[in-house]
Every structure is written in C-alpha cells, then in structure tokens.
Design a protein around this ligand. Structure first.
Ligand SMILES: [Mg+2]
Length: 131
C-alpha cells in the first residue's frame, strides 16, 4: 500500500509539470526565480519593492472597477494579480535569504501568539506577539 502510494506520488511528481499539480511554497519560489530577470543582487531588492507595489495596485484596480464603477467582479483577473504579487513576494524572500515556507511559518507563529484562539479586536489591540 505504502509502496503504491509512493510510486504514484513519484510518477505524478516527475511526469506532471508544476502547473498541473499542487506546488508547495518553496518549490514555487524555486520555479518563480527561474523566470527572474538577471539584474544583479543590488537591484533585485528594489525590483521586489516596485514590483510588489505595482502588482498590489493591479489587484486594487480589479477591486476598484467592481466596487467603484459597478463592473462585474473579474475574479480571474484578481487571481492572476495575486499570483503576480506572489512572484514578487518570492523575489523579496530570495533577496532576504529565506524561503517562502520560513516566512509562512514565522507569520503563522506570530498570528498564533497574537490571536491565541481566533481574531478579536481586544487581541488585535494587545498585540501579545510583541511581548
Ligand atoms: Mg499583474
């Protein structure tokens, strides 16, 4: 049973391209960074900041068109823009020498301290993770 599962998993991993299977955060980062323009280390951090600002703006524009101009919400476009945001988050992580799993783990630990059970306005005010 375990051998069958392992064999099937290996076949899926090696036969299916990344876009046809679930991609883990660190694998995504590696694949994304293969598409990075070679600007050099000193420009990569700046590229990540400008890129994040631009892509977050494109996501905001998708929401604005719906909420301000009353157009149907284009979820496909919004999802694409969030993907672009992810690409620049991966670049930022790469510049900072960490992988996306580490960032996700640090963030979820911080949130677990800040909100021991779930979100509350009181815990948001207390910011228990800062002590
Ligand atoms: Mg975009």
């Amino acid at each position: 049973m375990a051998v069958t599962f392992l064999t099937t998993s290996l076949i899926v991993f090696f036969v299916k391209p990344a876009w046809e299977r679930d991609v883990e955060l660190n694998e995504y980062q590696v694949l994304a960074m293969k598409t990075k323009k070679a600007l050099g280390e000193s420009f990569d951090l700046m590229h990540s900041v400008y890129g994040l600002c631009g892509e977050v703006g494109e996501y905001a524009d998708a929401v604005k068109k719906h909420q301000v101009y009353g157009r149907p919400f284009d979820a496909e476009n919004a999802i694409e823009e969030i993907g672009d945001v992810m690409w620049f988050v991966a670049l930022a992580a790469d510049c900072l020498g960490v992988d996306l799993n580490e960032i996700a783990e640090r963030n979820i630990k911080k949130l677990a301290k800040r909100y021991p059970d779930r979100y509350s306005d009181l815990h948001a005010e207390l910011r228990l993770d800062k002590f």
